[in-house]
Design a protein around this ligand. Structure first.
Ligand code: ATP
Length: 434
């Protein structure tokens, strides 16, 4: 019996490479024989591939998946499972629709062929201090496997619907996109083609389109066309599902009741129809948990709260930002930013070598205590450069001081915005024709 754990190795083959997948696997496998340890979440790219000319010619990057392991693994202690794929570079295709009654045009959905260049590296750069990433991958793989095996949904209920909810900027949409990409890579043998269809629920329901119900039906005709190919993995993402509830509430308040209710019901019915297709997964996000349509919440199998980064996650995000800026020469002299494990094992003791890292840890703690979102954290470095008043290429310690100043400025600006917002009179609701 084989008791070894497995480590998934994702190999992005260059678009122009004509080698077969098996040859690529052999090349990568012999290259990895030079490694003693492999780090989950890490990638081998560019310069590190240079020492092997054939590999450099055919391979863009090699990434070790972080779903099953968190710490370094011995290369001989794991079974390596290879996934070789090529990135799609065509980008997004936007499906627009026109409301016949008003002539108004809007973007109804965005469609990507996966794995897409646009989402390369997205998964690895999302940091959560919980099992969110692992749980979502495991859940959707199991759900798709159940569908594949024809498990009777009347006995074991599974709609293949995931709901991620939480405050703005916490990476919900990014995680859905990254998850779709990861599945396209991991399930590449079963599904040689994959698409992400991102439905613009906000666009569909923000105005009371007289024809919303018909628009939803027309949109899903397109979606059904895509998912009818059983060798294609289709991930349907409905962002901001709270728009559904807003439409229903407006209906209850007497604003164009029939149109908005019809549109919401049409969307729910169409999502239910998708359940018939074993190759479809529905991912949804919402910023306001309490406001999601109850009928919708009931349909989701996995509901997860996505919160702002903890201090540990914030440290990882910020240290990644500093390393990137050092690699690009924005911060002078390359210095090591220690991993949190190293800092912890030294009990955060300050030395000449660790001073910058310890200071950065202090910043991460402060950012987390103030509830800074992942989006705000990722913007701090660019705001920090404003603190330099034209001074180019600071060293790491100076840059971290600028980051502190940028954080304080950000919090001050946010408080002012809140105060202004609270002083404003409530908005007057104006709807078409009312
Ligand atoms: N935990 C995190 N780790 C790393 N980056 C993060 C994290 N959370 C958010 N980000 C970054 O913040 C940006 C915004 O993320 P995204 O738009 O996915 O958030 P969201 O929760 O969907 O926001 P909204 O609800 O406002 O649409 C992305 O660039 C993402 O990489």
């Amino acid at each position: 019996m084989n008791l070894k754990n497995s480590l998934h190795v994702e190999v992005a083959q260059k678009r122009e490479s004509r080698l077969c997948k098996d040859r690529i696997k052999d090349l990568v496998h012999s290259h990895l024989a030079n490694y003693v340890c492999l780090t989950p979440g890490a990638s081998i790219t560019g310069p590190e591939l240079e020492e092997n000319i054939e590999l450099q010619e055919h391979v863009h990057s090699i990434t070790f998946c972080d779903v099953d392991h968190h710490t370094e693994v011995s290369a001989t202690a794991v079974d390596l499972i290879y996934h070789v794929y090529k990135l799609d570079t065509f980008g997004v295709e936007t499906d627009t629709m026109t409301d016949a009654s008003t002539g108004e045009e809007f973007a109804a959905a965005d469609v990507w062929s996966l794995p897409a260049q646009d989402f390369h590296g997205l998964w690895e750069n999302l940091v959560y201090d919980t099992k969110l990433k692992e749980d979502t991958v495991r859940f959707v793989e199991t759900a798709l496997d159940f569908a594949d095996r024809g498990v009777d949904p009347h006995i074991v209920s599974c709609n293949r619907v995931v709901l991620l909810h939480g405050p703005p900027g916490t990476g919900k949409t990014s995680l859905c996109r990254a998850l779709a990409q990861k599945l396209a890579i991991r399930l590449g043998d079963r599904f040689p083609r994959a698409r992400l269809v991102e439905i613009n629920a906000h666009g569909l329901f923000s105005k009371w389109f007289a024809e919303s119900g018909k628009l939803v039906a027309r949109l899903f005709e397109r979606v059904v066309e895509i998912v009818s190919d059983r060798r294609l993995l289709a991930v349907v993402l409905v962002d901001e599902v709270e728009s559904l509830a807003a439409a229903r509430r407006a209906a209850i308040a007497g604003l164009e009741p029939s149109d908005s209710i019809r549109a919401v019901n049409a969307l729910l019915t169409q999502l239910d129809r998708l359940r018939r297709f074993p190759n479809v997964l529905v991912l949804t996000t919402s910023n306001v948990t309490g406001a999601i349509d109850v009928a919708f919440v009931d349909r989701a199998d996995l509901k997860r709260l996505v919160g702002p980064p903890s201090a540990r996650a914030a440290y990882q995000v910020l240290s990644g930002c500093c390393s990137e800026l050092m690699a690009r020469g924005v911060i002078t002299q390359r210095e090591r930013v220690f991993s949190l494990c190293v800092l912890e094992s030294a009990r955060f003791a300050e030395s000449a070598g660790s001073r910058a890292s310890v200071r950065l840890w202090g910043l991460a703690q402060e950012a987390a205590a103030r509830g800074l979102s992942g989006r705000a954290l990722r913007r701090l470095p660019v705001l920090a450069t404003l603190q330099g008043r034209g001074m180019k290429a600071p060293d790491l310690l100076i840059f971290i001081e600028w980051l502190y100043a940028a954080l304080h400025q950000y919090l001050e600006d946010a408080t002012q915005l809140d105060d202004e917002h609270n002083q404003r009179p409530p908005p007057v609701v104006v709807t078409n024709g009312h």
